[in-house]
Design a protein. Structure first.
Length: 153
């Protein structure tokens, strides 16, 4: 049986599937977020604001198996915008079917169509499965990320 892989924009009707995939992503990174963050993040993905996050869903034979969240933003090193791929996740049961590569390719296609000059993302050093794909589709840079929490928690 041929497997049909499609990539499309997230819609309101995807909320249950998105919650499942987003939870899988957070579980992989040993993170939990309150329901209010789920609600806020999903609303951002549905926003018509051009400067807001955007989201894609990967479907395999009609079932949601992956997601990508990305943001177009200004870049001080270029006249054109750049694109940040913040989150990429494919259900472990669906890996190997090309959904991760297809999501990256679709983010790149959409960003380029809107005039972005670059697409970038981060991953954790130990994420070897994803890095095997990333090494095939992009160039590893020498940058190191620092994080300074600003919340008062």
């Amino acid at each position: 049986m041929t497997k049909l892989l499609t990539i499309r924009v997230i819609e309101q009707s995807d909320r249950v599937s998105w919650d499942r995939l987003w939870s899988g992503y957070l579980t992989f990174y040993k993170a939990t977020l309150p329901a209010a963050i789920y609600d806020s993040s999903f609303a951002r993905l549905l926003s018509a604001d051009a400067r807001e996050y955007r989201g894609l869903i990967a479907e395999l034979n009609g079932e949601a198996v992956g997601l990508a969240h990305y943001l177009l933003h200004r870049d001080m090193w270029s006249v054109e915008d750049t694109c940040y791929l913040q989150d990429l996740f494919v259900d472990p049961q669906a890996r190997g079917a090309g959904a991760g590569r297809a999501l990256i390719d679709e983010v790149a296609r959409r960003a380029k169509a809107e005039g972005a000059s670059d697409l970038y993302w981060h991953t954790q050093e130990f994420n070897h499965t994803a890095r095997r794909l990333y090494d095939q589709v992009a160039t590893l840079t020498p940058f190191v990320k620092y994080d300074k929490p600003l919340s008062r928690n």
